[in-house]
Design a protein around this ligand. Structure first.
Ligand SMILES: Cc1cc2nc3c(=O)[nH]c(=O)nc-3n(C[C@H](O)[C@H](O)[C@H](O)COP(=O)(O)O)c2cc1C
Length: 156
């Protein structure tokens, strides 16, 4: 199985997870913000990873996915989302962000998220202060990351 991980990350938590998965599965990896002309022809499995901001997947990644449904729909497609909340469901997140992919993912996984306070801007800090008031700080769920890695390895 030749796998490519395509991810979009603003403050690095999605990137760290994508790199961990790549290291453990020997997958190639691309940051969509660095390269939107990804050649997927040599891969049979593609893992998409995105963080969520105000309900939205990474904008560059979304644009890439919408423009490349034809070349991606024949692949074994997986998705992970890095986000502070687990609601709405990951199925709803796909439907609202990338409805073209509604029935295309073999596996979808929420892996938690984290607030990297030192790298957040003023407005971002304000938003999360309001949104997360009284709630526990989110964290990356390593058990979910490991579950996803196992799914991907078993596919090989
Ligand atoms: C301004 C802001 C808005 C956010 N909005 C959401 C959201 O709507 N839903 C959610 O589940 N998480 C939300 N989060 C949490 C991020 O998805 C989480 O911090 C994630 O780990 C960020 O990934 P990144 O470090 O790869 O950018 C938000 C975080 C910030 C700072």
């Amino acid at each position: 199985m030749k796998m490519l991980i395509i991810y979009g990350s603003k403050h690095g938590s999605t990137e760290d997870v994508a790199k961990k998965i790549a290291a453990q599965t020997s997958a190639d990896i691309v940051n969509i913000e660095d390269n939107q002309n990804v050649d997927v022809s040599m891969y049979d499995t593609i893992l998409i990873g995105s963080s969520i901001y105000v309900g939205q997947m990474n904008k560059v990644l979304k644009k890439y996915l919408k423009s490349n449904v034809d070349s991606l729909k024949s692949k074994n497609l997986y998705l992970f989302l890095c986000r502070g909340q687990q609601e709405p469901s990951i199925e709803e997140m796909v439907e609202t962000n990338i409805p073209e992919y509604k029935d295309l993912f073999i596996g979808k996984m929420d892996i938690g998220g984290e607030f990297r306070m030192s790298s957040l801007g003023f407005m971002e800090k304000k938003i999360i202060k309001v949104v997360s008031k009284g709630k526990e700080q989110p964290s990356i769920q390593n058990d979910k990351v490991d579950e996803l890695i196992n799914q991907l390895k078993n596919k090989a």
